[in-house]
Write a protein that binds this ligand. Structure first.
Ligand SMILES: Nc1ncnc2c1ncn2[C@@H]1O[C@H](COP(=O)(O)OP(=O)(O)OP(=O)(O)O)[C@@H](O)[C@H]1O
Length: 363
């Protein structure tokens, strides 16, 4: 892939953010289908230059949110403001140019099979009535950006899924949008291709300052590239914040459940032996992040509260360059004073500690 953005690509619409102005602002959006509140008071902003991930389970309201954003659906109440313009009051004709400010990529790519790769990429410019030479020049520039120059004359059927999505990304950028809206864009791809597409999106975001709103049901996608995450459930935003802090300290049950697969869990062979009370060993779950996870927490703990403990599972991971970790400790012994001291020491270091239970003997 071309690692250098040409001056022609890095136009003002793509320049890095000078300030934190909002590209999209949703204010108390409500949309009901019969008795179902698909959106139940959603307020959100997408800031210029950021990658915001919206995650939710099936039926949470993600598609309705997207349709309200691109004007295909009118909310019952609330405002959709794109680059400072409230789209709710606009007629279909006024909506068209605003829609072009949003480039979209889709789970199933939505390429036109009868058109070549370069014509697919150039399609938004054709709709704008741009001359063919200009369209093809822009398509060539974008195919270079996504690393597919040699496929310009190929038809979509000759491409792999990952290549098709690269074409989709190039097409979404053709009209120099203010926002790239990614609707489950990696859900149909294998893990390796997913990683390469997410890396491409991150790269485009960094180098061109492109604002991205990414809708997904996979926490791994959020973790790989988003700056901020909003969790939607039953039409409401139940949690929102920088990705690393939501990973480190998920507040809602739905976030914890969405994180379930990628946060360390107590191995079954220990979890199955847990009992609420008794002798043997006490099993602690310790969640740490940021500064607390950077220091020498465990050796400091051993010095401050002498006596044995063992790390039985877990470790420190990195999310957005921030350490985020979960440690499972087994603390033997029946010194009733020691456990509260251990917990107090850890909490003073801003770790969250949970006593999961006890195992007879040792784990
Ligand atoms: N046109 C419609 N008519 C009736 N109910 C609808 C309609 N569109 C959405 N809903 C309902 O609104 C709720 C939110 O649906 P939505 O499609 O926005 O969720 P989603 O998060 O995109 O789900 P998925 O990931 O499965 O696509 C669901 O209960 C859905 O059944």
């Amino acid at each position: 892939m071309n690692q250098h953005v040409t001056a022609e690509v890095a136009d003002p619409a793509h320049s890095p953010p000078a300030d934190r102005e909002d590209v999209v602002r949703l204010v108390d959006l409500k949309r009901r289908f019969g008795a179902t509140p698909a959106l139940d008071g959603v307020s959100l902003t997408v800031r210029k230059g950021e990658i915001l991930g919206i995650i939710g389970r099936s039926g949470a309201g993600k598609s309705t949110l997207i349709r309200c954003l691109n004007g295909l659906e009118r909310p019952d109440t609330g405002e959709v403001v794109i680059e400072g313009r409230e789209i709710g009051r606009l007629g279909e004709r006024e909506l068209q140019p605003l829609r072009r400010r949003i480039g979209m990529i889709f789970q199933h790519f939505n390429l036109l099979s009868a058109k070549t790769v370069e014509d697919n990429v150039a399609l938004p410019l054709k709709i704008e009535g741009r001359p063919r030479a200009e369209r093809l020049a822009r398509a060539a520039e974008l195919l270079d950006l996504v690393g597919l120059s040699e496929k310009a004359k190929a038809y979509p059927a000759a491409l792999s899924g990952g290549q098709k999505q690269r074409v989709g990304i190039a097409r979404a950028l053709a009209a120099r949008p203010a926002l790239l809206l990614s609707d489950e864009a990696t859900s149909a791809l294998d893990p390796e291709t997913t990683r390469s597409i997410l890396a491409l999106l991150k790269d485009i975001n960094r180098r061109l300052g492109l604002t991205i709103l990414l809708i997904t049901h996979e926490m791994e996608v959020i973790r790989s590239i988003a700056d901020r995450v909003a969790v939607i459930d039953a039409g409401r935003i139940v949690e929102e914040g920088p990705v690393w802090s939501v990973f480190a300290d998920p507040r809602s049950a739905i976030t914890r459940s969405l994180l379930g697969g990628i946060r360390p869990q107590l191995p079954d062979e220990i979890a199955n032996r847990l009992v609420p009370a008794g002798g043997g060993e006490t099993i602690l779950r310790i969640d740490v992040a940021g500064e607390a996870a950077r220091g020498s927490l465990l050796s400091d703990l051993a010095t401050a509260v002498p006596g044995p403990f063992r790390l039985v599972h877990g470790g420190i991971d990195h999310v957005q360059q921030q350490p985020v970790g979960t440690l499972f400790l087994a603390v033997p012994g029946n010194d009733a004073d020691r456990l509260p001291k251990l917990i107090a020491f850890l909490e003073a270091r801003e770790a969250r500690v949970e006593v999961l239970g006890h195992v007879a003997g040792s784990v």
